[in-house]
Design a protein around this ligand. Structure first.
Ligand code: HEC
Ligand code: HEC
Length: 311
């Protein structure tokens, strides 16, 4: 078996990646407190090192690696005719680790084509397997980020939208890969997220600052991810209407029934504990055993937990 495989794309991709990324780096939040150093340290996290697979939504040993290498990696390097959101190759942005899907850097062959070694492909496989809900393409982060919101995709992807509908051939190739494994809870009904718990408890987390870290409210008070806007009129807490609105924004990052597929719970969770590879806001929870994380997971599963912030 050949140790490497080459894609018929130009090596330009590899070299523009760095400059584009500078341009695309997450906007520095207009917060009074600077982002915690943790975020900077995590950028150095070697791409491909993973936390325990037990905490991953889909275990990499159950997904088909050969299919990934033959059918999915070519989608990632495919040139799309431009530079920037929706028109760059996925790798252009994703070869750097400042996203939850850090891909391996490409190698350039003497003829100018680019390739990943088998070992690098395994690391890409591991990273992408964590963004998949077993058997459920519609719920998989990998399939939702580049998909248009009207077709079931996420509200926003900094890399733009690539697929207008789930009929897109690329979407279908990746969906077939995800469907090869059985769903975790095939019959479980999707639970309803309790608004009251969000209003009375979750929002208190936004205001709470842990030692050495920055409170959510300092950063998530503007832009597209503004689930914690500043509280008007010098009041100490959001009113009913404001809470409803904040709930609607936060719910975009929650997959009811699936704590580990909910960006709300994985972005501020340490990667070694099953969290995302990157969050510009650093980490609030070092482990899933954190009582606060446990409480939020229980809420996402549709339960009505006790608020652990209560005295
Ligand atoms: C122009 C740069 C750019 C391109 C091109 C791009 N992305 Fe992204 N992508 C990002 C950035 C930045 C993030 C992190 C912020 C965000 O989630 O919007 C991201 C996030 C993601 C995520 C994680 C979403 C989550 O649930 O947290 C996935 C999955 C993803 N991209 C897949 C893709 C795929 C597949 C392609 C190609 C079809 C692609 N991206 C093309 C920049 C890009
Ligand atoms: C220091 C600033 C900062 C703090 C503090 C912060 N964040 Fe973030 N957060 C960001 C930025 C910037 C992004 C977009 C880039 C990225 O994905 O990291 C982001 C992204 C996110 C996302 C992903 C949204 C998407 O588009 O996929 C979620 C969810 C999130 N943060 C939740 C939280 C929660 C919950 C807290 C508090 C426990 C928090 N953040 C604290 C700056 C911050």
């Amino acid at each position: 078996m050949k140790a490497t495989r080459q894609f018929a794309v130009c090596s330009r991709i590899a070299s523009v990646g760095a400059s584009l990324l500078l341009f695309l780096s997450p906007a520095r939040p207009a917060a009074s407190a600077p982002p915690s150093n943790e975020a900077l340290v995590l950028q150095d996290h070697a791409p491909g090192t993973v936390g325990p697979t037990l905490t991953s939504p889909a275990s990499a040993d159950t997904l088909d690696f050969a299919y990934f290498r033959d059918r999915i990696e070519p989608i990632l390097v495919r040139e799309r005719g431009g530079f920037g959101p929706s028109v760059s190759a996925c790798v252009t942005c994703h070869v750097r680790s400042a996203t939850p899907m850090p891909l391996q850097p490409l190698n350039v062959a003497p003829d100018g084509s680019v390739f990943w070694t088998v070992e690098q492909s395994r690391q890409n496989f591991e990273v992408m397997g964590r963004l998949v809900a077993p058997g459920e393409p519609e719920r998989s982060r990998l399939l939702r980020a580049p998909l248009a919101p009207g077709a079931g995709g996420t509200h926003y992807h900094a890399g733009g939208k690539f697929w207008e509908s789930t009929d897109d051939p690329e979407w279908r190739i990746i969906a077939d890969w995800v469907r090869q494994i059985a769903p975790a809870e095939p019959t479980a009904a999707t639970p309803t997220l309790q608004f009251e718990f969000f209003r009375d408890c979750v929002q208190r987390i936004f205001l709470d600052q842990r030692a050495g870290r920055t409170a959510c409210v300092n950063c998530h008070n503007g832009g597209v991810r503004n689930f914690a806007p500043s509280i008007p009129d010098g009041r100490p807490y959001w009113n009913e209407g404001e809470s409803r609105r904040n709930f609607d924004v936060a719910a975009r990052y929650i997959e009811p029934g699936h704590p580990l597929l909910s960006r709300f719970l994985t972005r501020p969770l340490h990667p070694d504990a099953g969290g995302d590879r990157f969050h510009a806001g650093g980490r609030r929870w070092d482990s899933q055993a954190d009582p606060e994380w446990q409480m939020l997971a229980s809420w996402v599963r549709g339960e009505a937990p006790k608020c652990v912030l209560e005295e």
